[in-house]
Every structure is written in C-alpha cells, then in structure tokens.
Design a protein around this ligand. Structure first.
Ligand SMILES: [Zn+2]
Length: 146
C-alpha cells in the first residue's frame, strides 16, 4: 500500500547536557538542531489534494519548538545538576522527563508533543528526525502510517 506524507523542518539553537555520556556531550554545550516532522493524513488527502497545509506544521509544531526549546537549555530531571542549573536560569533551563539525547527528544516530540498539537487537523506524525549536527541524526518512527 502506498502512503503520502508531508514534511517540514525547523532549525533551533538549543543547549543540553547528556547525563552519564562518556565524553563531550556530558559537558554543558549546545547544537544547531534541525528537526524534521513527517505527517500523514488520518483518512486521506483533503479536498484539494493535501495531507495538510504546510503552515499547520509551521504554526503548530515549529512554533512549539520556538516557544519551548529554542535558545533554552535541556536537562534531565534525574540529572543531579538539574536543580542548580534551574536556579541559575529559571526561564532558560527546561527540565525534561528524559535524558536529552537526539533520540529521546525525537520520541518526546513524536509521542507527547505532536499528538496534542495536531489534534483536530485530521493528520498525525509518522516520524520525527533530529539532526544534532549535519552529519548525525536520530529518527523516531511512530509506527503509524495511514
Ligand atoms: Zn550534544
């Protein structure tokens, strides 16, 4: 069976520290993330032949990134540094329920953030891909197509 998806990406700058990472990513640092959203229709294309208007991805998903992660610092709630970092920059530090690897960030967007933001638009995420650098990315596939 064939499937159609619509895709859009968004770029953000974001800090993180990966707790218990073996090398560089254990430090406080950041990346210029490129985050790709792949969306499929719930029941088929709309009357003029779209999965959805690309602006829906922009105003729902990309704006969520702008509001919540862009120019913020992600730190895991189980990271022993989380409390002190939050004290240093209360609005700039985002405590996450996951260790902020690209993989976990992609899963959170696909399974927690996306379903909420796309409710009512007759579509759903099939994948979220996060480029941590231009050479390295992680993809989370929701397992849902049509
Ligand atoms: Zn990193």
């Amino acid at each position: 069976m064939n499937h159609l998806i619509a895709e859009r990406y968004h770029d953000i700058s974001c800090g993180h520290r990966v707790y218990q990472h073996e090398s560089k990513c254990a430090h406080l640092h950041g990346h210029n993330y490129r985050i790709h959203f792949s969306v499929a229709p719930d029941v088929g294309l709309d009357a003029i032949g779209r999965v959805l208007d690309f602006s829906v991805i922009k105003f729902q998903l990309c704006m969520w990134l702008e509001d919540n992660w862009d120019h913020k610092f992600l730190v895991w709630e189980m990271d022993p540094w989380s409390t002190i970092l939050k004290t240093l920059d209360e609005r700039g530090v985002v405590i996450t329920p996951f260790n902020p690897t690209a993989e976990n960030m992609a899963q959170h967007l696909a399974e927690v953030v996306g379903p909420d933001l796309l409710a009512g638009f007759n579509c759903h995420l099939t994948a979220v891909r996060i480029e941590e650098t231009r050479k390295c990315s992680a993809s989370y596939l929701t397992g849902r197509t049509l």
